[in-house]
Design a protein. Sequence first.
Length: 431
Amino acid sequence: MTVMVLIGAQWGDEGKGKATDLYGGRVQWVVRYQGGNNAGHTVVLPDGQSFALHLIPSGILTPGVTNVIGNGVVIDPGVLLTELSGLEERGVDTSRLLISADAHLIMPYHVAIDRVSERYLGKAKIGTTGRGIGPAYQDKVARLGVRVQDLLDPSILAQKVEAALDVKNQLLVKIYNRRALDRARIVDEVLAQAEGFRHRIADTRLVLGEAARRGEHILLEGSQGTLLDVDHGTYPYVTSSNPTAGGASVGSGLGPTSITAVLGILKAYTTRVGSGPFPTELHDEWGEYLRKTGGEIGVTTGRLRRCGWFDAVIARYASRVNGITDYFLTKLDVLSSLETVPICVAYDVDGERVEDMPMTQTGFHHATPVYEQMPGWFEDISGCRTFEELPANARAYVRRLEELSLSRISAIGVGPGRDQTIVLHDVLSGS
Ligand code: GDP
Ligand code: IMO
Ligand code: MG
C-alpha cells in the first residue's frame, strides 16, 4: 500500500496537477486535503485537451479513480457546482467524487470580506485570490464556521449562518461601509446548491481509513506550496491553510504513520503570485523571458507570475519541513537556450552567507541570492524520455539541484503533457 503526499515545494504552481495526473492511473484514490478554489491546477491530457481544476482533485480526469474533497478543504458550493458541470459538459465522468461532511463552506460573506479587507490593506495587501479562503479558515478556527454536514440540517444551518452574520454584518456595514447580507437569502441559496451534491457527502475519513486498511493506493494532492503554508511559509504573505505534508494527515484524517512517500513538486526555476518577499525574483528581461517561455500566467486569477532563478535554500527547506522522499522537477524544458543557468545556492543576509532559511521575516527580506553559474544547453529537450537523452549540461544541472536540495529527483518534466516526463525512480513502488 502506498499513501503518497504530493506537495508544492515553492510558492505554488509547480505543476502539481500534471504530477497528480501522471500517477492517477496507478492509484485508486486522489484526495485534496487543504485550500479551496484559490488553487489552479492545469492538466494536459495525451489527446491535447487542457483542463484547469480549482477545487476538484486532479484525479477526476482519470477513469476509475475515486476522488475525495477532504475535511481540510474549504468549499464554495457555487464553485463546486460550476466546476462539476463544466467537467461534465466536456464528457468527464464526475460520479466518483466524495465530499467530507466536515469540510467547511465558503459563504458569500467570506468572499465579500476577503475582497474588501484586501482593499483596506492598501500597500500591505497579501494579494489573495479573492475567493474567501482566508475568512473561511478564520471562521473555522474561531469555531464560527459552517460545515458541509450543516447542509443536511436546515435549522442548524440557519442558526450557524445567523451567528456568523451577527458579527459579519457589523463588520461589513460599520467598518467596511458595505451592505448587510440577508440570512434567509444565504440559507435558501446554499440549501438549493446542496441539492446538487448532497449525494456525495460522506464520512471520508472512515472511507479513506478503510481503503488504506485494504492496501489501496492513495494520493493526497496538495494545493499551493510550502512557502505559502500558514506555519512554515513567508508569513504573513501566505495562504490560510497547511499545504505542507503534515497538513495532509490533518486534512484527510489518515494518520501520519500511514504516509509512505512524500513527493515534492519543484519547478526548475521559481515563481510566485501575489505579494511577499522573493529573493531570486528577476525584475529584468530574464524575468520576462521566464514568464514568456514558461507561460507563467495565473490559472485562477490571470495575474502574471513573478519569476526568478532556482533557489536551493528554499528546496532544502522544503525537503526538511515536508520530509520529502522524492522530487518531481518540472519545466526543465523552459530553461533550454540559455548560455548559463544561475542557481541560488545560499543567501547573503546583511553581509553574512546563510545556507538555510533565515529565522526571521526581516532576515528573509534582507536575503540576496548567492549564485553559482551552470553552463546551459541549446537543444530542444521536450522529446527526451530518458535521462541519458538529455544534453550533458542539462543532466549536470539536474544533478546539481539534487545535490543542493537534499532529496533525490525521481521524475523530470520536459513539457506540459502527461507523457513529457522522464522517470528516474518509481515513487509508487519505492524502487
Ligand atoms: P499547479 O498549480 O502546481 O498544478 O501548477 P499550474 O497548473 O498552476 O502551473 C503549472 C503550468 O506548467 C501548467 O500550465 C502546466 O501545464 C505546465 N507544466 C507542468 N509541467 C511542465 C513541464 O515539465 N514543462 C512545461 N513546459 N510545462 C509544464
Ligand atoms: P496552486 O494550488 C500560487 C497565493 C495568492 C496570495 C496568497 C494568499 O495553483 O499552486 P489566498 O487566496 O489563498 O488567501 O491567497 O496565496 N496563492 C497561490 N499562489 N498558486 C496557488 O495555488 C495559490 N493559491 C493561493 O496569490 O499570494
Ligand atoms: Mg496553480
